[in-house]
Write a protein that binds this ligand. Structure first.
Ligand SMILES: [Fe+2]
Length: 213
């Protein structure tokens, strides 16, 4: 991991801990002595004594300053805007995002072609599992938009298989490959979850309420 990656990694870790900052930071420092040492050098004191929201912003600023001269790496993040309210779907989306981030991290950290193919395979396998579960749920509740939803899933699987071909043709994961992951996987997933998957969760909720009446 180079300096830039390490700092981004630290920022990401810190962001995840923002809610329990004071106690969490001490615990994190004990568990990550090397990162903590570097964080101190890069000005952890800047973060102390400010509110959580301000620290989050500072954290983002620091990360974006570090990478502003280069193409920024975009990791996917499961936030409030992606919550559908369906426990199974949300849980699987978190897992999916984790797998996407492992693929991006592998590319960013100089993982070779074989490693990237392995990560893409994990993502592809989990996607199959997740889409099947979502489609089964839609069948169970007789969701009226199932055919259009299945088509969306098929499009995504096609995009993942094109990424596979791209990797096979290259010596290793290129910047163009990472850009394609950002556009065809991360951006797509955000749009899909916010529109299609939310509709399924809302329909299921409505149906359950109606069935109780
Ligand atoms: Fe879906």
């Amino acid at each position: 991991m180079n300096d830039k990656e390490l700092k981004e990694h630290i920022c990401k870790e810190l962001m995840e801990m923002a809610d329990e900052w004071e106690s969490g930071l001490a615990r994190w420092a004990m568990e990550h002595p090397e990162e903590d040492r570097i964080l101190r050098q890069t000005g952890r004191k800047d973060f102390e004594g400010t509110g959580v929201a301000k620290r989050e912003n500072m954290c983002y600023d620091k990360c974006s300053q570090k990478s502003s001269k280069e193409e920024p790496t975009m990791y996917a993040e499961f936030d409030e805007s992606l919550v559908t309210g369906n426990e199974m779907i949300d849980g699987q989306h978190k897992e999916l995002i984790e797998k996407i981030n492992k693929l991006v991290a592998c590319c960013e950290q100089g993982g070779g072609k074989l490693e990237a193919i392995k990560m893409l395979d994990y993502l592809s396998d989990y996607t199959e599992f997740h889409f099947s579960a979502e489609e089964k749920l839609q069948e169970d509740i007789s969701y009226p938009g199932i055919e259009e939803h299945k088509k969306q899933h098929a499009d995504f699987k096609q995009a993942v298989s094109e990424l596979h071909e791209m990797l096979e043709e290259e010596e290793g994961p290129s910047d163009a490959f990472v850009a394609a992951v950002n556009k065809n996987v991360i951006d797509w997933l955000y749009r899909h979850i916010k529109g299609f998957d939310r509709s399924v969760a809302e329909y299921k909720n409505m149906k359950s309420q109606a069935d109780r009446l």
